[in-house]
Design a protein around this ligand. Structure first.
Ligand code: DX5
Ligand code: ZN
Length: 214
C-alpha cells in the first residue's frame, strides 16, 4: 500500500502544532516538510526551528524536502531538529553522492529530488545510494499547482529501475496530487504520495488520506 505524506505547506501556519497532530491522527504516514530559501525557488517557508517545534507534535517520520541553493549547510541543523529523512534537488548539488553519504552519517535517510524537466537518467547513477527518490510533478515553489502529466512516464521508468536493481528505495511523488492524479501515480509505481492542498483543504482530511491511498 502507498504511504501518504501530507505537506504542511498547505496547513494553517498560525496553528501548525494542531495541524500536525491532527493530520497524524487522521492516518498520515509521513509529514512532508517543504523548505524554501527564496533563491532556489521564488518562495520562503520555514527551517530547522519549525522542524524542532513540530517534532513534539507527532511521532511520524519528518520528511524534509530541501528546495535550497546550498543543501549542504542545512543537513546538520535538520538532523539536530529531529528530521528523519532529507531530500535535496539534484539540480542544486554538484556532488550528490557525497551529500547522500553526509546525510547518512547523521543517521537520517537520504534522497534526491528531480524537477519535472530533469530526465530520469540524471538520477540513475545515484539510485543505489538513495533511500528515496522524490519526483516533482509541479515546478517547486508553491502548493496548489496543477499536476504535470508528462512526469508519469518518469515515475514508470524509475519504478522499473528500482525493481530491476532490487533496492529498497521509496519512490515519492510531489505536487498536484488529488484523487484523480493519485491513481496515475500509484499505477506508475509510486510508493509515497505527497499531498498539500488536497488534504488540508478537504472537508474531511482523514477521508481524503484514505482515498489517496487507494
Ligand atoms: C511544492 C512542494 C509541495 C507542495 C505540494 O514546491 O514541494 O510539497 O506543498 O502541494 P500540493 O499538493 O498542493 O501541490
Ligand atoms: Zn515538497
Amino acid at each position: 500500500m502507498v504511504k501518504i505524506a501530507p505537506s504542511i505547506l498547505s496547513a494553517d501556519f498560525a496553528a501548525m502544532g494542531e495541524a500536525v497532530s491532527g493530520i497524524s491522527r487522521a492516518g498520515a504516514d509521513w509529514i512532508h516538510f517543504d523548505v524554501m530559501d527564496g533563491h532556489f525557488v521564488p518562495n520562503l517557508t520555514f527551517g530547522p526551528g519549525m522542524c524542532k517545534a513540530i517534532r513534539k507534535d507527532t511521532e511520524l517520520p519528518l520528511d524534509v524536502h530541501l528546495m535550497v541553493t546550498d543543501p549542504k549547510m542545512w543537513i546538520e541543523p535538520f538532523a539536530k531538529a529531529g528530521a528523519d529523512d532529507i531530500t535535496f534537488h539534484i539540480e542544486a548539488e554538484p556532488d550528490p553522492r557525497e551529500l547522500l553519504s553526509s546525510i547518512h552519517s547523521f543517521g537520517m535517510k537520504a534522497g534526491i529530488v528531480l524537477n519535472p524537466a530533469t530526465p530520469a537518467e540524471a538520477a540513475k547513477p545515484f539510485l543505489e545510494y538513495c533511500d528515496l527518490i522524490l519526483l516533482m510533478t509541479v515546478n517547486p515553489g508553491f502548493g496548489g499547482q496543477g499536476f504535470i502529466y508528462d512526469v508519469v512516464e518518469k515515475i514508470q521508468t524509475i519504478s522499473r529501475w528500482i525493481k530491476e536493481m532490487d533496492i529498497p528505495c521509496e519512490l515519492e511523488v510531489d505536487g498536484g496530487v488529488n484523487p484523480e492524479t493519485a491513481v496515475l501515480c500509484r499505477d506508475a509505481g509510486a510508493s509515497v504520495l505527497v499531498a498539500g492542498s488536497s488534504i488540508f483543504h478537504a472537508a474531511d482530511p482523514k477521508e481524503m488520506i484514505s482515498v489517496l491511498r487507494g
